[in-house]
Design a protein around this ligand. Sequence first.
Ligand SMILES: Nc1ncnc2c1ncn2[C@@H]1O[C@H](COP(=O)(O)OP(=O)(O)OP(=O)(O)O)[C@@H](O)[C@H]1O
Ligand SMILES: [Mg+2]
Length: 250
Amino acid sequence: MSIKHPLWDRSRRGEPSAPPPPGPPGIRLSGVTVTREEQDVLKDVDLSLDEHRIAVIGLNGSGKSTLVRLLNGLLLPTRGTVQVGGMSTAQDAKLIRRQVGFVFQNPENQIVMPLVAEDLAFGAKNLGLRGADLTVRVDGVLDRLGIAHLAERESHALSGGEKQMVALASVLVMEPTTIVFDEPTTMLDRRNRRRLQATIDDLDQQAIVVTHDLDLIGGYQRVLVVHEGRIAFDGAPAEAVEIYCEISDR
Ligand SMILES: Nc1ncnc2c1ncn2[C@@H]1O[C@H](COP(=O)(O)OP(=O)(O)OP(=O)(O)O)[C@@H](O)[C@H]1O
Ligand SMILES: [Mg+2]
């Protein structure tokens, strides 16, 4: 890990030291640039993402969603490579998506079936689960998220926050090794926000979380501050928040 932006090239306090747990697939970005309408929205990013809990913060339009969409091949770099477990997102996006799940900012993007339980079963069936195994997997996730009462509801008729919880459930049933969250708490009330926070904290999986919710990231091992398409800071939460506040106040 290193500070990438000369603006913030100063020594860090409280460098995260916990080793990553076994399991994360090993995500590597090398020389990654993403160009949109002749503008570089992400510039020369080199990162290895191995920690169990990584947060991504930064101003609106700084490049956070662009960065995390690269991680499971939802977006391909204009230049450079993104590798997951040695596979490239340019060649193996389908396999990589089984390892790296993605919870979207807008849950509408995630929900495909008319009923909630069907929606969850759809993904699990694609993994080959059938019968009792399928039911146990789906019910287990619904219970864990405290949304078992939504199982027979029509997906399109749910509230925004309920949809967001179902979107998370639809990723959890796939049991990926890493879950990327792009602003998962925006639509949630206090209770569901805390529930989601606790769910993320308890996940065995690696979690990479884009958020404006700075309360969420205190315990994270690593925080990336994205600014104008670059990694402006890479390190511990307290200093990351300090730098983010400096950027915000300019
Ligand atoms: N397909 C596209 N075409 C043109 N510009 C794009 C495209 N996708 C992203 N951008 C631009 O890239 C920049 C970064 O966008 P991105 O969505 O990554 O920001 P963000 O940090 O996630 O912001 P927010 O906090 O508002 O979600 C923005 O200026 C955005 O307008
Ligand atoms: Mg975004």
